[in-house]
Ligand binder design. Structure first.
Ligand SMILES: [Fe+2]
Length: 593
């Protein structure tokens, strides 16, 4: 039985294909269209999934859409009407976009795949999130938490999964939303909503949570994890442009100008920002305020998530937890839940945001609706497209690029280890691209984590990221415990997917400065020899050569672009940046200078 899951028209569009309950392929649309967070109908991702499964659209038994468009439309209409005429423009824009395409998603799917409309089923947004985590977790029974901006009406839910059944037990409804609260601060701090949330999280350790009391003027939270936003401060419900209003600005002052570089006295002013501005000191002080605001919203988010986690534990009495929804990508909060909430183990799959809804809708359909038993555990993230070695060489030859092919893996790895040790920055692509927003060793840029200046080198040469955003370490799973405060690392699935931030052991911080954040933490990825053998061997060899089995791993893309998919895109990114070495499977291209 084949079930195709689809998510689109909101954040990240994606498709996922299940065959008899086992995942065959899953990918976000942005990897094919090169438009970051592309939310349009995922025709390319669908085509890829069908191709990977060797089937055509008409062979599908069911198609599962990740939410109920009519319910969502109802929410938009009702919340617009409540604040009419203030919401007139929101209302008008919603009507244009919904009457254009979104409401007719069933027709669109039917036309695109050529299947009978009776085979197209609609899940609910948070049920899709819940199933996306629980149904591919290793747990027979688990508590479930889903937290995001908003689905149809729900913004957070708690539930329980048992065998093949997922059930939601409670919910918080729009406009009360932890995700939208965090997004309001993302916008206030000068970042793009749905894109800059990681920047707020990275900025937080440069500040102190001095304004927690002020944040609690915006959100009233109770011990059972429930909360209400004070809507006097927000405008996401009645304005298409702004998430917060004048009252918010009266409380927190003017928002940060997105065009000014963000730095604090602690982050330093990197060379790639250009000359220091004349008002350097004043700007640094002002930015320190914004870092303190970031620390405050992060602290409140963690606090509310912890209460929710404790509450769902109390309600279910279960010792395992599954989490999903965009807020479950807050790896700092996840690390705290693991340490402080009464759960033995947590599972989060790598595409925890709306892209993962495609997977969740398909899993929900197969297990809970059709009653089929579970047998699939998502233990790695490599579900995207891969490109055969002969295609890679064909491309390189056609492009007139000189390259070296290594038929001996050890020689290839030695060559890369030498380059890393020499301070070079390496583009590393292998096999199928990753599912979800993190590069986990198949579309990665790698560097030596031992050099404190490597963060600036990678930023200056390629990423041009803000100086306060940390780079992540990939570590051999059996050595993770030597470097990071994460007992028994092998059993923590979220650590395989870079979804926990933990402390770096104090004595190890100066050994891996390029991947240790200002507060002594890191968002580690544990690497397993069975799941990513070549990447594992590379880090192992690097460890043999240097005594440190850790590499710096950041996603293979230029700033503002999605991660690369094809050899052509990898080569283009390599050429446009100052990366030194490019590995495409078993071929190496070196930059001549
Ligand atoms: Fe969502």
């Amino acid at each position: 039985m084949h079930i195709l899951g689809i998510s689109c028209y909101f954040h990240d569009a994606a498709a996922a294909l299940l065959r008899s309950g086992e995942l065959v392929a899953a990918a976000e649309e942005e990897r094919f269209t090169r438009r970051k967070h592309d939310f349009s109908f995922p025709q390319h991702a669908i085509e890829f999934c069908l191709q990977a499964g060797g089937i055509a659209g008409r062979d599908l038994d069911f198609v599962a859409f990740f939410e109920k468009p009519l319910l969502k439309f109802e929410r938009l209409l009702l919340s617009s009407l409540q604040t009419f005429p203030r919401s007139y423009r929101t209302f008008r824009e919603a009507m244009i976009s919904w009457l254009g395409d979104k409401l007719w998603i069933k027709d669109r799917i039917q036309r695109h795949l050529g299947i009978d409309p009776s085979k197209i089923l609609f899940s609910e947004h948070h049920l899709s999130h819940a199933a996306s985590a629980f149904c591919c977790s290793p747990f027979e029974e688990a508590a479930i938490l889903t937290i995001d901006g908003v689905g149809e009406w729900t913004t957070a839910s708690l539930g329980i999964g048992r065998n093949n059944h997922v059930k939601l037990l409670g919910e918080i409804r729009f406009p009360h939303s932890l995700g939208l609260l965090y997004s309001a601060f993302t916008a206030f701090l000068g970042f793009e909503v749905n894109e800059g949330e990681y920047k707020v999280m990275g900025m937080a350790p440069f500040g102190r949570p001095r304004y927690v009391d002020k944040v609690y003027k915006l959100i009233q939270a109770w011990d059972d994890g429930s909360f209400e936003l004070n809507m006097d401060y927000f405008s996401f419900h009645d304005s298409p442009e702004s998430t917060y209003n004048r009252n918010f600005e009266r409380l927190f002052g003017p928002s940060r100008d997105p065009k000014t570089p963000f730095f604090t006295p602690a982050s330093g002013y990197p060379s790639y920002f250009g000359d220091r501005p004349a008002n350097y000191d004043e700007l640094g002080k002002r930015n320190q305020y914004y870092a303190d605001v970031a620390a405050s919203i992060q602290a409140v988010t963690e606090e509310v998530m912890l209460r929710m986690a404790r509450h769902v534990h109390g309600e279910t009495g279960v010792r395992k937890l599954c989490m999903a929804g965009g807020v479950a990508l807050n790896s700092v909060a996840n690390g705290r839940i693991l340490r402080e909430a009464p759960f033995e183990e947590i599972y989060i799959q790598p595409s925890a945001g709306d892209g993962g809804g495609a997977l969740g809708a398909a899993l929900y359909m197969y297990h809970t609706v059709l009653g089929q038993p579970r047998k699939f555990v998502m233990d790695h993230a490599y579900w995207g497209e891969e490109h055969p070695a002969e295609d890679t060489e064909k491309f390189l030859r056609a492009a007139g690029v000189s390259y070296e092919r290594f038929d001996d893996d050890e020689r290839l790895i030695d060559r890369v280890v030498d380059a890393l040790q020499a301070g070079k920055v390496v583009g590393w692509t292998q096999g199928r691209f990753e599912w979800g927003p993190r590069a986990l060793g198949n579309r990665s840029i790698l560097a030596d984590p031992r050099r404190a200046d490597m963060k600036d080198v990678v930023n200056t040469k390629i990423k041009f990221r803000e100086p306060y955003r940390p780079f992540a370490p990939s570590v051999l799973v059996e050595h993770a415990v030597d470097y990071f405060e994460l007992p028994e690392p092998a059993r923590h699935y979220p650590a395989r997917f870079m979804l926990y931030v933990t402390d770096v052991k104090p004595q190890m911080r100066e050994k891996i400065p390029a991947v240790t954040h200002v507060d002594g933490t890191a968002r580690l990825q544990t690497v397993d020899p069975c799941l990513a053998p070549r990447y594992y061997r590379l880090i192992q060899r690097f460890g043999e050569a240097t005594g440190i089995p850790v590499v710096l791993n950041t996603s293979f893309n230029l700033k503002g672009e999605p991660m690369v998919n094809t050899p052509r895109e990898a080569f283009r990114t390599f050429s446009q940046s100052e990366m030194d070495l490019l590995v495409l499977g078993n071929c190496i291209v070196e930059k001549r200078r």
